[in-house]
Design a protein around this ligand. Sequence first.
Ligand code: FRU
Length: 481
Amino acid sequence: MKRISFAFLSLLVLATGCVNRTPAMHPTDEPFRSVYHHSPLSGWMNDPNGMYYDETTGTWHLFYQHNPFGTTWGPMHWAHSSSTDLVHWTHHPIAIAPDSIGTIFSGSAVIDRDNTAGFGENALVAIYTQSEVCGQHQSIASSADGGLTFTKYNANPVLKGDIADFRDPKVFWDEQSGRWVMVLACQQEVRFYGSPNLKDWTYLSSFGAGYGNHEGVWECPDLIRLKCENGKCENEQMKWVLLLNINPGGPFGGSATQYFVGDWDGKTFTCIDAPEETKWLDYGKDHYATVTWAYAPENRIVAIGWMSNWQYANQLPTVAFRSQNTVARDLSLYRDDAGGYRVRVMPSPETMALRGEETDCLGDIAVVELELDGKQDALITLSNDKGEKVVMNLDVHRQTFSMDRTASGDCSFSHDFAANTIAPLFVKRDAYHVTLFIDHCSVEAFDGEGAWAMTNLVFPSEPYNHIDVQGGTAKIYDIHF
Ligand code: FRU
């Protein structure tokens, strides 16, 4: 094994002779099974659903869209996993299965502390879309055991659809209006509904016409309140942010997450962004259906996304399962150089805790910390002995960071997979810190101050065991798992 030498600027960093793939923790082990990203034991997974944090046990619950009968999208169920650290996941039996009203599409979950719905104090109530040939409707089910088992409400659905795409309810208790509020994706807009009891819903308002990207169907919304955390925030410390997933229409084709910054008065969302501007939460190709946990501790807003893209999700080269989620990310707000509010995306502290000992050796799973000089371009190449590579570029003139996976390994399963994704830097600095999280089939890049994030799948025939950095330095860390 060669030692890595770190010199400053325009140097070559090499790490060779490293270990083979770290064994995955799952019984259905296979080369592209992620080690520290959440994935289903078997079968198909798409959107994360119903995420809530149970403060009594310190447990993060994650439900998700699941087809237990195959590795492609099919009859949707809610499957269930839980974790005390957002990286080790316990898999539970299926939580909610299809019935005569329809299959079980995406949605959210709340804790009904005051028993407004009559299912019992502190009942966990799931609110989800039921999809059938004639339409999409919202239904509810309650759980007295934290989501292990659910009882469906006997008068479902609670909100019948009047248009074809009428789905993905995100419900929260709104302090301003003293009622439950549902955010619902309805074709190319978001509708807000209010309810005193989770059963009777009244239309409040709509948002979307003329704002953001409309090249696809709007799906999986979320309304969150974020704190602004840099010097440019002045007196406006808190803003509401509407997360909105769209497919197709993403910046590099297919699926992506856009967001809108604004104010919420208990009835209406007012966007303060320029209507024609589209803000993306992530600048990779594989970051979709991103929503946040309810009741996260310490007022944190913690998000997770499905690490895939509908362009090729059903064709990914895995065998017993399909898809994984991104690492967890903590969200807040900052102001960019142009003065606009942007969502700051940082790997969650639990994700950062994966960073173990510094090592000479780029293994198949790793955290890489890059220090890049802000005065000259930087070129970062991850490669393996087969010549497969991921090439990243910090372009100081254009003020962009890009990731090219066109030669990253197997791209043959879809002509939409090979891509070079590009993020604006948003904030000009003298030097840039970038963190890479590498797992068996993904590279996630984060700006050190959370100004941008980039999530991409890769399918190398053997792990990348070389890293070459020009225009900066790299430190490689083991994954502490
Ligand atoms: C988003 C989505 C949702 C829907 C679910 C169905 O990926 O299309 O709108 O509820 O997947 O599985």
